[in-house]
Design a protein around this ligand. Structure first.
Ligand SMILES: Cc1cc2nc3c(=O)[nH]c(=O)nc-3n(C[C@H](O)[C@H](O)[C@H](O)COP(=O)(O)OP(=O)(O)OC[C@H]3O[C@@H](n4cnc5c(N)ncnc54)[C@H](O)[C@@H]3O)c2cc1C
Length: 667
């Protein structure tokens, strides 16, 4: 590209104080004075907050009055305000890509100790920007139409809320849930903190609404296996796993379950966290959605021996008048198109057996909190009765907070909900058994509406709180009254002594962790993950439900531990983002992407393997690499790796980069 001469460009430079953020460290007036003498600069100004309306007006007026054809703003990170200033330039009639942003906050004032050094560095960065902006060319974003349908992955309260919000706006939603029923963790709870409202009373109507909604296509017991395309135009392949029960035929009447050759439930119920039993043909729980039977081939005699009397089939035909059972059912693949995707895949709980000192799996009366959720649940394995394995009511119960959380050996993060759900369980246990309940906590964390008040209520109820991390739970009795008990050994840090507390039942408040398959999901949907495995939001404050992949949003606990109110709020936020995208109908694709010079390309495939966004393919006819402009994110990896120098990237062309270096070194 031929460089523009200094005479033919008119550059305006605008230096921001960002309040005291930049102004306190950098001598802004000196930077402005310096900028005035840089090649091509016709005006240089400073303003307290350049991003504010008056700051933007300065730029717009100069573009119009002085005929500026290039603009440099020296302020914060382009992540924050590049779009703001590009828009201002465009409103004044300038092509927005003839603008460049110099970061003198994150890269200078916030990280440089001495004021003189900061000012010098700011001048260098501004000079680099002025030199490079001369080589900018006017670019035009491409427009793509947006497919109006939406895919939501995960049918917990996050996925359900987002699906209903979007479907209510008239858009079609595909809701994919990998388990046989939607509901997620919330479906397992009896009550929810802090209001103690009945979980199923608030969840079941929503689950029903999903089923009834004409705009929601529920694909339960299904998984996404392939995702292609880009924002506005995703193509998704979904695997429907075989239930061995035809969904459209089954009416959820339980006749097959009742007439199964196994007279009694004999196999571990996954939904009841292993505390209850089910038959090989079962419905996970009475409010399951869809309310359809499913056969577990591992335990079904027909699958294992082919010699079952198939009483379930007879019952289905004779009692329900249906032919719903199909032992030959195979997995099925469905392809759908969507303009946007919401990931709502939730969390899993910490495996308590990783902490042998608490005896989970060794002592029969040591439970996880999720197991207790099932025990206290009226539709759980004991009908809501809190009993020990021997059927007796516990007289004393110990609840250990932070199991697997806030522990450098396991997870250093706070799981956010454990203090509150421990208080909830303490209340329910005390209410239903009259037992003495001990909470062993490190710090009590109750930030939330009505949460601290709930804690106060527990104190009034006479629940005991002992501040200290439980060292171990043993069955080693030292006195006759400890016989048959679980003994908690804990340092009570408020009293300053080690205590031994015998109880009948231990509850381990296990922390929240990312789903096991988060890495697989990350790759499939082209997402970023935090180092712990939570899906990464685009910006923690300004774009909390967006991701670095345009068109893919996140909601709920897959982004990090959170309670139900925050999950619902985030799901609605993700739904709003999706609706804004789809209602717009078209999207503008960023033009700062890579381009292949076909004459130079040797067809070596190196760039194809390196592209992190799968945006490059091989054009067999031309024998060259081809870049899908909609998928390219302009990361520059292909430009750097191309051995033939056949790939260039808009806004990062050699002339622009060399000019920037020249400017940086000029001081
Ligand atoms: C013991 C315990 C008690 C709690 N009690 C309360 C309480 O009283 N009040 C409160 O506010 N919060 C409580 N919470 C927190 C609450 O569980 C979460 O806030 C809530 O479940 C988050 O909802 P979600 O939809 O994001 O995730 P989840 O509930 O985990 O739902 C995720 C869904 O996605 C599905 N899924 C996962 N991966 C895939 C995939 N690859 N494809 C398709 N589907 C997939 C899952 O099967 C699941 O159905 C408690 C948590 C625990 C552990």
């Amino acid at each position: 590209m031929k460089p523009e001469s200094h005479q033919t460009v008119k550059i305006g430079v605008y230096v921001c104080h960002c309040g005291a953020n930049i102004g306190k460290k950098v001598d802004v007036a000196a930077v402005v004075e310096y900028a005035k003498h840089l090649p091509g600069v016709v005006i240089a100004r400073d303003y307290k907050y350049m991003c504010a309306d008056p700051g933007q007006s300065l730029i717009k007026e100069d573009i119009k009055e002085l005929g500026l054809d290039r603009v440099v703003v020296a302020s914060c990170s382009p992540h924050l305000h590049e779009a703001t200033f590009r828009k201002a330039a465009a409103e004044a009639g300038q092509n927005p890509y003839l603008f460049h942003m110099a970061n003198i906050r994150e890269q200078v004032s916030w990280v440089t100790l001495e004021g003189d050094d900061a000012t010098k560095k700011a001048k260098a960065i501004v000079a680099g920007a002025v030199h490079r902006v001369r080589f900018h060319r006017a670019l035009t974003p491409k427009q793509e139409t947006v497919h109006p349908d939406v895919l939501i992955v995960g049918g917990g309260i996050a996925g359900i809320t987002a699906a209903l919000t979007i479907a209510d706006s008239g858009k079609k939603v595909y809701l994919v849930e990998r388990e046989p029923t939607i509901g997620g963790h919330m479906a397992k709870f009896d009550k929810t903190f802090p209001t103690l409202d009945c979980s199923s009373c608030i969840l079941t109507p929503k689950m029903n609404a999903v089923k009834e909604h004409p705009n929601i296509h529920l694909l339960a017991y299904s998984e996404v296996t392939q995702v292609d395309g880009y924002v506005g135009n995703f193509r998704i392949v979904i695997k429907k796993k075989p239930r061995y029960v035809i969904e459209d035929e089954c009416i959820g009447c339980y006749a097959c379950v009742e007439q199964c050759v196994f007279k009694k439930p004999k196999f571990i119920s996954e939904f009841d966290e292993g505390l209850g039993m089910r038959k090989p043909i079962y419905i996970p729980f009475p409010q399951a959605m869809p309310l359809k039977a499913i056969i577990d081939p591992e335990s079904c005699i027909e699958f294992r021996t082919h010699h079952c009397k198939k009483t379930c089939v007879t019952a289905c035909e004779e009692v329900a008048g249906r032919h719903a059972i199909d032992f030959t059912q195979q997995e099925e693949f469905v392809e759908v198109k969507a303009g946007a995707i919401i990931m709502a895949t939730g969390f899993k709980t910490f495996d308590a057996s990783q902490m042998p000192e608490y005896g989970y799996g060794r002592f029969e009366n040591v439970y996880t909190s999720l197991e207790i959720e099932r025990l206290v649940n009226a539709s759980g394995p004991t009908g809501g009765e809190i009993i020990l394995r021997n059927g007796e009511k516990p007289k004393a119960v110990g609840i250990v907070h932070c199991v697997g959380s806030r522990d450098k050996n396991y997870h250093s993060w706070c799981s956010l909900v454990c203090c509150m759900y421990s208080l909830k369980l303490a209340h329910l246990i005390k209410e239903r058994t009259g037992a003495e309940v001990y909470n062993f906590y490190i710090d009590m964390r109750t930030p939330g509406k009505g949460y601290e008040e709930f804690y106060d209520k527990l104190l009034e109820e006479g629940v005991h709180f002992i501040r200290g991390k439980v060292a171990e739970i043993t069955d080693a009795a030292l006195a006759p009254e400890e016989e048959g008990k679980l003994i908690f050994r804990v340092e009570d840090t408020l009293v300053g002594m080690v205590r031994r507390i015998p109880v009948d039942m231990a509850v381990l408040s296990v922390g929240l962790e990312p789903q096991k398959d988060h890495e697989q999901m990350r790759r499939l949907f082209n997402l970023s993950c935090s180092k712990e495995g939570w899906f990464q939001e685009r910006h923690p404050k300004l774009a909390p439900v967006s991701t670095f992949t345009d068109g893919v949003f996140i909601a709920g606990a897959c982004q990090g531990p959170k309670d139900i109110p925050d999950t619902v709020a985030q799901a609605q936020a993700a739904a709003a983002e999706v609706m804004a995208l789809i209602d717009h109908g078209v999207i503008a694709l960023e033009p700062n992407i890579a381009a292949v010079n076909e004459e130079k390309c040797s067809g070596c495939h190196v760039c194809i393997a390196m592209c992190p966004y799968s945006a490059i393919s091989y054009d067999d006819a031309k024998e060259t690499a081809h870049i899908n402009e909609a998928l390219c994110k302009g990361c520059g990896v292909c430009v750097g790796t191309c051995p033939s120098k056949a790939i260039t990237q808009q806004l990062f062309e050699d002339e622009q980069i060399f000019a920037e270096i020249e400017g940086l070194m000029a001081l």
